[in-house]
Write a protein that binds this ligand. Sequence first.
Ligand SMILES: [Zn+2]
Length: 66
Amino acid sequence: MLEEYGVVACPRCQMARGVRLSQRSTTCARCGATFELRKRKILYRARDAREAGAAVAEINRRLMQR
Ligand SMILES: [Zn+2]
C-alpha cells in the first residue's frame, strides 16, 4: 500500500491539513504559518487526496468541538 498523503496539524493554530508526504513544507490555510513536515507528527496516513481530505474534515470537526 502506497501512503502518499498525510494529515498534519499546524503548530500555531492546530488546524489539520492534508499534505503530500513528498512535500517538505506546507502553509496553513487558516493562519498562514509555514512549517516543515518532518518536524510534525503525521496524524493520519492516506492513499489518496480524497481519503486525506476526509480525515482532515474529521480531525478539524473534533478540534472545533473543544
Ligand atoms: Zn495554522
